[in-house]
Design a protein around this ligand. Structure first.
Ligand SMILES: Cc1cc2nc3c(=O)[nH]c(=O)nc-3n(C[C@H](O)[C@H](O)[C@H](O)COP(=O)(O)O)c2cc1C
Length: 190
């Protein structure tokens, strides 16, 4: 982790990395509230506020793992034991998991894709804010994210979209090096 004292808002954005290995402690209530404040400042056409977050911590992570395994197994009966165990244990990889989803509403000017993008932008703000707080985060999806059974378990409507699982906690181990990407590879001029 770079020296916090030299970090500016811009360098926070430029130095975020995902942390696949996370440990206790998870974010405090105050830290979480700050994360949501950052998330809720994402660009949002017509201010529909499509983003929703479900906090899953403590024993509820076991419940979530069971729902993930049960739902994916029902939809993919050939799932092997190793894959089932992986799903069961997935939420235990961090002290806190946020399930991020988009509540899709009908709007004449804001199609569902824009509501999903706004929710994704909220997730991006959130992981960047976590980095600025010195927390570790990683945004994951996987088969469970697209499982109709899990979505139903979580109370989502058929139009709603589960955008990801955001794992939060204290980074374990060294940060990976940040790759230097050349704008010339991604940017053109008309
Ligand atoms: C929508 C979305 C879904 C993702 N799903 C996964 C996932 O299931 N598993 C995973 O290891 N990384 C997933 N990632 C990528 C990680 O969040 C992370 O960006 C990636 O490991 C690269 O690391 P970095 O963020 O440090 O550059 C996903 C990212 C996004 C935006």
């Amino acid at each position: 982790m770079p020296d916090e004292s030299t970090q500016t808002p811009l360098t926070h954005l430029q130095t975020r990395v995902s942390h696949p290995r996370l440990t206790e402690p998870g974010p405090s209530r105050d830290q979480l509230d700050e994360l949501y404040r950052a998330a809720f400042r994402a660009p949002d056409h017509a201010w529909l506020r499509p983003w929703r977050f479900i906090e899953v911590g403590g024993d509820k992570r076991t419940q979530l793992g069971e729902w993930m395994a049960e739902s994916v197994r029902a939809e993919q009966p050939d799932l092997d034991e190793k894959q089932i165990t992986k799903l069961l244990n997935a939420p235990l990889r961090a002290p806190l998991v946020l399930i991020a989803w988009a509540r899709i509403t009908e709007h004449p000017k804001v199609p569902p894709i824009e509501q999903i993008l706004a929710t994704g932008a909220a997730c991006t703000n959130l992981v960047n804010a976590a980095h600025a707080q010195g927390l570790g985060a990683i945004w994951r999806t996987g088969t469970a994210a697209y499982s109709p059974g899990l979505r139903a378990r979580l109370g989502l409507d058929t139009d709603d979209v589960l955008v990801g699982f955001i794992y939060l906690g204290t980074p374990a181990g060294e940060d990976k090096p940040i790759p230097e990407l050349d704008p010339a590879d991604f940017v053109s001029r008309l």
